[in-house]
Design a protein around this ligand. Structure first.
Ligand SMILES: Nc1nc2c(ncn2[C@@H]2O[C@H](COP(=O)(O)OP(=O)(O)OP(=O)(O)O)[C@@H](O)[C@H]2O)c(=O)[nH]1
Ligand SMILES: [Mg+2]
Length: 480
């Protein structure tokens, strides 16, 4: 293979030596009081820094890898804490370098002192994501796995936790590697037939080529099809409680959050400002907004509250239209329902007050006619809790597309950079398939295949520029 492109297909992992010569330190746990707090040190001087700030029976530089040492953390002559140090020797550590992790009592002030002691002893403060960046640069994980670390830390649902962990453990990387191998194989055979015009190499028939490209394209597209559910369980949805005054929006808000968050009174027009909180509805992260009751505003504060409610409605993904089951479908309800065309659930609250003889089906039917996108209709009582589980389920079902949770086989995309690159790859594969199908020269097909390969490679970090790496890792937290 004479083509310089082929020579660059297996680049050495790019290691920016200058970056890796420093020893870095940072607090790895969130800055609040807790049972434990961790300060992490990584780099060639980790043990020398460690031995300056930590005294135990054996110096850290002399204990074997994966040892826990009990000892005393100190800054100069001052004792800071009784602590435990975990020792990991290169390359058997998270970063691939010598690492010491101090577990101390979880006081923010104490942790800052321990960090300061490490900095005084020769470490420098780690940049955001620098531990994970080093793990990537030292070949402990590829870029897709490194990004999965951030996704795991940020996960808001069971689904996104599981998908991020799978990705961290290499599910996406393995799939991309298999696509890559097959792409390389096709390219190599195309190149070979370019180099050997005679019949030395068995020719790849155009049919064979188009169908091989087609199946790569199909697999890339089915990976891309996981992006919406990845997004849904990563970011969740915005839902708004809306309806005329006094129907029990704030009561439902409190009940769904299981907290006494919003003011509830029997006066119509209690809520003015919008209130926003997050919770899990049947496993789906929901950011829920309570709003002012919709009616003709009676005075400037209420009018402003209603204007805010309307803005919240515009920004929402799902509307929960609340009505009073004991007084259903008044003229005010109908005016409120006529507003907007978002996917919606109709909730008849105060079912405990409703006449047991009411025809729920008829009421539901009439309410549904007023909406363009109703998906569910539930009778609930914020007071007794009746129907609340049904409301949570209806919220999750309305927000997630059919089968949204189905993981099927293989990884789910959770990171927008991967989605964009796989889109590029799928488009390039489609172009290659068309070029092959319409009998264009091998070079043209190869060109599109290379574009696809390049996009796949950038997902796992091959050939990614320093700027892109900096951009990715700067979004991590410090200490990760
Ligand atoms: N019996 C009964 N009363 C309820 C229920 N839900 C709410 N209420 C009562 O209805 C009144 C109004 O409740 P809110 O939650 O403040 O109603 P709202 O829709 O937020 O009202 P505004 O903020 O004024 O628009 C209060 O007295 C609540 O205690 C319910 O399920 N059953
Ligand atoms: Mg209210």
């Amino acid at each position: 293979m004479t083509d310089p492109f082929f020579a660059s297909l297996n680049p050495e992992p790019r290691i920016l030596r200058a970056d890796l010569e420093d020893t870095i330190a940072a607090i790895a746990t969130p800055l609040g009081s807790g049972g434990l707090g961790v300060v992490r040190v990584s780099g060639p001087g980790a043990f020398s820094v460690g031995d300056k700030v930590f005294r135990s029976t054996t110096p850290l530089s002399e204990v074997p890898s994966h040892t826990l040492c009990r000892g005393i953390l100190r800054q100069g002559d001052e004792v800071l804490d009784d602590a435990v140090a975990a020792v990991f020797r290169a390359p058997r550590s998270y970063t691939g370098e010598d690492v010491v992790e101090f577990s101390c009592h979880g006081s923010p002030l104490l942790l800052r002192r321990v960090q300061a002691a490490c900095l005084q002893s020769g470490a420098r403060l780690a940049e955001p994501g620098e531990f994970t960046k080093r793990a990537f640069l030292n070949g402990k994980m590829d870029l897709a796995q490194a990004e999965a670390v951030a996704a795991l830390i940020a996960c808001r649902s069971e689904e996104s936790r599981r998908w991020a962990l799978d990705q961290l453990r290499g599910s996406l990387s393995a799939l991309l590697e298999s696509l890559r191998k097959r792409l390389l194989n096709l390219l190599a055979r195309l190149e070979a037939s370019l180099d050997f015009v005679d019949d030395e190499v068995p020719d790849l028939s155009r049919n064979e080529l188009s169908s091989a490209i087609g199946s790569l394209e199909k697999e890339t597209e089915s990976l891309l099809a996981t992006a919406p559910r990845g997004r849904l369980f990563r970011d969740g949805v915005r839902a708004v409680l809306a309806g005329r005054p006094n129907v029990g929006k704030s009561s439902l808000f409190n009940s769904l959050l299981d907290a006494d968050r919003a003011i509830v009174t029997e006066t119509a027009g209690t809520t003015r400002d919008t209130l926003e909180e997050s919770f899990l509805a049947d496993g789906l992260p929901v950011t829920l907004t309570d709003t002012a009751g919709l009616r003709e505003g009676r005075e400037p504060i209420e009018t402003e509250g209603i204007a805010r409610a309307r803005r919240a409605l515009i920004a929402s993904d799902v509307v929960v239209w609340v009505m009073d089951a004991s007084d259903p479908l008044t003229e005010e309800d109908r005016r409120a329902l006529a507003w907007g065309d978002k996917p919606a659930i109709i909730v008849f609250n105060k079912s405990d007050l409703a006449d047991p003889g009411i025809d729920r089906m008829a009421i539901e039917h009439r309410a549904r006619q007023s909406l363009s996108h109703p998906r569910g209709c539930v009778f609930v009582s914020a007071r007794t809790g009746e129907g609340m589980d049904g409301l949570r389920r209806a919220l999750a079902d309305t927000a997630s597309p059919a089968g949204g949770r189905e993981t099927g086989e293989g990884p789910t995309l959770l990171i927008e950079r991967h989605v964009a690159l796989l889109r590029e790859a799928a488009d390039a594969l489609a172009a290659a398939r068309q070029a092959s199908h319409s009998g264009e020269p091998d070079e043209c097909v190869a060109l599109d295949l290379r574009r696809a390969l390049d996009a796949l490679d950038r997902v796992t970090g091959r050939g990614v520029s320093d700027e892109v790496l900096d951009e990715i890792f700067s979004q991590f937290c410090i200490g990760k």
